[in-house]
Design a protein around this ligand. Structure first.
Ligand SMILES: Nc1ncnc2[nH]cnc12
Ligand SMILES: [Zn+2]
Length: 346
């Protein structure tokens, strides 16, 4: 039997996605359908005009559009449709577990009750499990462009639903909003017994990664791609086995790197960092997880062992129970064995 090429293997391998913003999975087609259903006029004539606006030169230029489009999400059914549409795409890419970010402040600020958001997303996760066999968790992200006091008020507001929120994260505009702004907020999150993650080192400097670890107690760093700029920060990430949820298409679309060939992913891997691959905001950045894999493979020509490592990292870095992780890794090993490939690691 001839072994499949590394790209074919990577596209078909079971994997987890640990960094995807549900609001960032809103495809233009669904945005217009929800706008029609809710009697809202989007400031774009049609789907093509909206897509034409996806020319970003920075994180902020993207966030402005991302928050504007989220306005079409109004009802529990809207959040359900959004989640289910994402899970369908993820299942097609052989994703078997997802840890999904959501930004409740984007919605509660518009008068949408938190329960509408939570229940709609949970309905979608339940249906996704039934239809596609994907397990899912929700990670609530705080918007870092807002004052810490407002985020503390949001946390107090969601405490009654704590057992339905798996963890807490920090997203939105990174520059000028360092992790140190949110020390009290994340101390409270940890006090509540929840895992914490934070976007850091996307556009911001490596020092923000250090702050996220030391001041917020982040257990995973979302992006972290600028860690290579500080040897000590990178060495620490490697030594402590801190997972990085890297999103290659996001980074090129938001001009963190001018082109994929300049991405720091190979350097992070070569240093021994615990990297995972993810799609971030797939509707806006040119694709879902397997589109990221295709773009990475075109630039870097990874071997089968590297793809195995990336998939294995995605399971190991998840917040699932150890028994679940062991089951997924066994499934991954079986997949590689059935393809006649011995990845030579793990
Ligand atoms: N890439 C990103 N960085 C920070 N906040 C975000 N919110 C949605 N996508 C984001
Ligand atoms: Zn993100």
């Amino acid at each position: 039997m001839t072994a499949p090429d590394p790209l074919t293997l990577a596209l078909g391998m079971p994997k987890a996605e640990l960094h995807v913003h549900i609001e960032g999975t809103l495809e233009p087609e669904l945005a217009f359908a929800l706008a029609r259903r809710n009697g809202i006029t989007l400031p774009y004539a049609d789907e093509a005009a909206l897509k034409a606006a996806y020319a970003f030169d920075s994180l902020q230029s993207f966030l402005d559009l991302y928050y504007a489009c989220a306005d079409v999400l109004r009802t529990r059914e809207d959040f359900y449709d959004l989640m289910l549409a994402y899970l369908k795409r993820a299942a097609a890419d052989k994703v078997i577990h997802v840890e999904v970010f959501f930004d409740p402040q984007t919605h509660t600020a518009r008068g949408i009750p938190f329960t509408t958001v939570l229940e709609g997303l949970e309905d979608g996760l339940a249906e996704g499990l039934a239809r596609y066999g994907i397990s899912g968790r929700l990670i609530l992200c705080f918007l870092r462009h807002l004052p810490e006091e407002e985020c503390l008020a949001t946390l107090a507001e969601v405490e009654p639903w704590l057992e339905r929120i798996h963890g807490f994260g920090l997203d939105s505009s990174e520059k000028g909003h360092p992790p140190s702004k949110f020390v009290r907020l994340f101390a409270r999150c940890r006090e509540l017994g929840k895992p914490v993650v934070a976007h850091a080192g996307e556009e911001g400097p490596p020092a923000y990664i250090t702050e996220a670890l030391d001041l917020l107690g982040a257990q995973r760093i979302d992006h972290g791609v600028r860690a290579v700029e500080d040897e000590a920060v990178l060495a620490r990430l490697v030594r402590e086995g801190i997972p990085l949820t890297v999103c290659p298409l996001s980074n090129t679309r938001l001009c963190v790197f001018a082109r994929m060939s300049e991405h720091t992913l190979p350097r992070l891997l070569a240093a021994g960092a615990r990297v995972t691959l993810n799609s971030d905001d797939p509707a806006y950045f040119g694709g879902y997880l397997n589109d990221n894999i295709r773009a990475v493979q075109e630039a870097f020509h990874f071997d089968a062992a590297t793809w195995y490592r990336l998939a294995r990292n995605s399971f190991e870095a998840s917040f699932a129970k150890a028994t679940e992780k062991a089951g997924w890794i066994a499934r991954l090993d079986k997949y590689f064995a059935a393809a006649g490939v011995s990845p030579g690691c793990g």
